[in-house]
Design a protein around this ligand. Structure first.
Ligand code: ATP
Length: 708
């Protein structure tokens, strides 16, 4: 049997993790955003897997990168080692734990950056065996006995043995993996440069330039040959070769162009998605989910249309330049060139008109999507409560108005893409009519003018299609440009280790002075000059009249909203110092109408505040909390337990079940301050008592908002 590879010399210790991540990023040519490397807290090695995972994600963010966590399950380890690089792999060994740096894979080998800063080329099969060995050991004797008992022939024993072991480890996680890549929130130019996009524009322009040059040359050759009576075999062969050489060039241009469009589209899409997910909560709320959805869909149009339109216009402009120079040399001369310029100007004017109509139509469409989504959300209420006769009234009106706007827009696009390219030939013929009728032009001049007219016709078709695509892209851009920049955020938030004493010394957990808050649409502030001090370990009941501002205060304390004035300290630190760490220190179960069960597994819904995929310990903790809250029976009824899909399209949870899941979700965040906003309203007295006791036991400091 092969000797098992010793991974210890290849592993980076936790203390050098910052250096390891920078080294990997540098070697993988990932552009690091800051010169200042991430610092590893002294306690990180002792803090455990979860804290290390949190640090890795923070450190990647700090460098302007993204670390995507993956479970390295034994059966998938092979493909992970082949495809995950650049990645960090957290592995256990005899002397503890360490991190392997996967730089790339080549054939059957993976290149690892060792702590000695050298590249180690290791066979994937050997690394796989080494990582699985500690997990296979407990099953080894059982499997050996099985192989003996089954009297497997000696020649096949090894393969049967490894198949049985693979089967035993089918769901075993043998390592944790973090794939590194450039964050979609980075500057667009950085992203283009990372993928080598900027250098790819010039070859495309060159290929198309050569293509049109050769095309014009081929027609000039054949034209001159014909007109001067020099079409012999040699000329024809030269012409044929020239035309044949255009075919591979056309393929090359098309291929470069399509690849560029595909890659640029991918970057744009991930950037827009990152921006959409980071949109300001208040802005999203004001806009409504429907309009947001419409805008996200608009980004889809932007991706393909902008690039195709952009390239179309670029190529057509090249054609137009050639066509103008040919026309200038032909029978129409400067009159032809002037006509062409006038026709292009008219096409531009009509495209501008189309842009205005398209903008109007898009806004109408977004309004309709918004209304439709709102109606879908309230569908059940409408079915139950709205008068049936009135139900479709508004939809009909909106649809009618939408149809009218569509017709107006269609009427504006037709001249651009239909009439202008076709009309050109008539105008151009009028341009050579004087020379033709007057008999002042030679047949050669007329032939050149005809060639120029045809080329200009093709260019005008390209320009009008390209411009209409660009108009669509411009309108789409106006809708989504907000997302495009929303992802670009600084990575200044410091890392706050769970075991650090930072903030812990402050006896006062919350210290608020003269807090004020006003909703943008409201005339008066909902909170004015609020002073509040909460000491650690306190249990607070917040009561007040409906609309008094309790939920608003909770949103300020948990960092979901920012106060307009006053000072607010959490664990002695302000918002600027804590950054995103605020949410780790203060968690909330928002009111029922503000809280959602997301379509996904029950486990995911409970452990949203922790690293995902969840560890076995996290899942066990979630299970035991569910039992404490009286959800044990529900877990047993669910065939897949915590892996059961819940949400709108999954298992429909009852009101009381949902509110306990919201409660569990908040408690599992293990924040220093937990705020429960009317979390107990749907519970019977016995379950309420049980849930309140659990909250008291689990939350270090608790604020309960309730009505008397
Ligand atoms: N976006 C908004 N624009 C203007 N006013 C708003 C907005 N959102 C909430 N309000 C108002 O702010 C006030 C405080 O709301 P909040 O939800 O904090 O009250 P509450 O004390 O939690 O009420 P309840 O006990 O009924 O849940 C309410 O009068 C509400 O109508």
């Amino acid at each position: 049997m092969n000797e098992v590879l010793d991974v210890r010399p290849l592993c980076w210790p936790v203390q050098r993790l910052g250096e390891a991540m920078e080294e990997l990023a540098r070697r993988a040519r990932l552009r690091v955003a800051t010169a200042e490397g991430p610092q590893v807290p002294a306690t990180l090695a002792a803090d455990g897997a979860q804290e290390q995972a949190r640090w890795l994600e923070w450190a990647a963010h700090r460098l302007g990168l993204e670390a995507e966590a993956l479970d390295a399950l034994a059966p998938e380890l092979d493909s992970l080692l082949r495809g995950a690089a650049p990645a960090l792999l957290r592995v256990g060994h005899d002397a503890g734990e360490g991190f392997l740096l996967l730089l790339k894979s080549r054939g059957d080998r993976v290149h690892l950056v060792g702590p000695d800063l050298r590249i180690h080329r290791v066979a994937i099969a050997a690394l796989r065996r080494a990582l699985c060995a500690p997990f296979e050991a407990p099953f080894a004797s059982e499997v050996d006995k099985l192989v003996d008992a089954a009297s497997v022939p000696a020649a096949r024993q090894a393969s049967v043995r490894s198949a049985l072991l693979r089967d035993r480890l089918a769901t075993q996680e043998v390592a944790s993996c973090w794939m590194l890549r450039l964050s979609p929130a980075r500057g667009f130019w950085d992203q283009l440069a990372q993928d080598g996009m900027r250098g790819r524009v010039l070859p495309i322009v060159l290929v198309f330039g050569v293509l049109y040059g050769l095309e014009v040359l081929s027609w000039t050759l054949i034209g001159q040959g014909t007109l001067h009576g020099r079409v012999d075999g040699g000329w024809l062969v030269a012409w044929t070769l020239l035309v044949l050489s255009l075919v591979p060039l056309q393929w090359l241009g098309g291929w470069l162009d399509a690849r560029f469009a595909l890659d640029a589209g991918r970057i744009m899409k991930s950037r827009l998605l990152a921006g959409a997910l980071r949109s300001d909560v208040e802005a999203v709320r004001r806009q409504g989910a429907g309009e947001l959805l419409g805008r996200v869909l608009e980004s889809q149009a932007l991706e393909s249309v902008a690039l195709n339109g952009g390239f179309g216009v670029l190529v057509a402009l090249l054609e137009l330049l050639f066509a103008a120079s040919i026309l200038a040399a032909g029978a129409g001369g400067s009159l032809h060139v002037a006509l062409l310029l006038g026709w292009v100007a008219l096409t531009l004017g009509l495209s501008w008109r189309y842009l205005g109509r398209l903008r109007h139509w898009t806004l109408e469409r977004l309004r309709m999507t918004q209304a439709l989504v709102e109606r879908m959300v309230g569908h059940r209420t409408r079915l139950a409560q709205e008068q049936p006769a009135r139900r479709d009234h508004e939809e009909d009106q909106e649809l009618g108005s939408y149809l009218r706007t569509s017709q107006v827009m269609d009427r504006a696009v037709l001249p651009v893409v239909g009439a202008m390219p076709r009309g050109w030939m008539l105008v151009a013929l009028a341009g050579i009519a004087p020379a033709f009728v007057g008999g002042t032009a030679s047949p050669a001049d007329i032939a050149i003018a005809l060639g120029g007219m045809l080329l200009a016709g093709r260019a005008l078709t390209g320009i009008s299609t390209g411009l209409s695509a660009l108009a669509r892209a411009t309108v789409a851009w106006q809708q989504v440009s907000g997302f495009f920049g929303a992802g670009e955020e600084g990575a200044r938030t410091p890392f706050l280790p769970a075991s650090s004493s930072e903030g812990q010394h402050a006896h006062r957990l919350v210290d608020a002075r003269e807090l004020s808050f006003r909703y943008p649409a409201a005339a008066k502030p909902v909170l004015r000059d609020v002073d509040l001090a909460i000491t650690r370990g306190e249990r607070i009941l917040l009561e007040g009249s409906s609309g008094g501002g309790k939920s608003t205060l909770a949103a300020l304390l948990t960092g979901l909203r920012q106060p307009a004035s006053g000072s607010l300290l959490l664990a002695g630190l302000d918002r600027q110092t804590l950054g995103q760490n605020w949410h780790r220190l203060a968690a909330e179960a928002p009111q029922f109408h503000e809280n959602h069960i997301l379509t996904g597994t029950l486990g995911f819904n409970l452990l949203m505040g922790r690293n995902w995929p969840a560890s076995e310990e996290d899942l066990a903790e979630a299970r035991s909390l569910c039992e404490e809250l009286g959800l044990g029976d529900l877990l047993e009824r669910m065939p897949a337990g915590l892996a059961q899909t819940v949400g709108e399209t999954g298992w429909q949870l009852s009101h009381g079940e949902r509110s306990r899941i919201f409660l569990a979700r908040a408690l599992l965040q293990k924040a220093q301050l937990t705020v429960l906003d009317e979390s107990f309203a749907a519970l019977d007295p016995e379950t309420l008592g049980r849930c309140l006791r659990t909250a008291f036991e689990r939350a270090p400091t608790l604020m309960v908002i309730a009505h008397p």
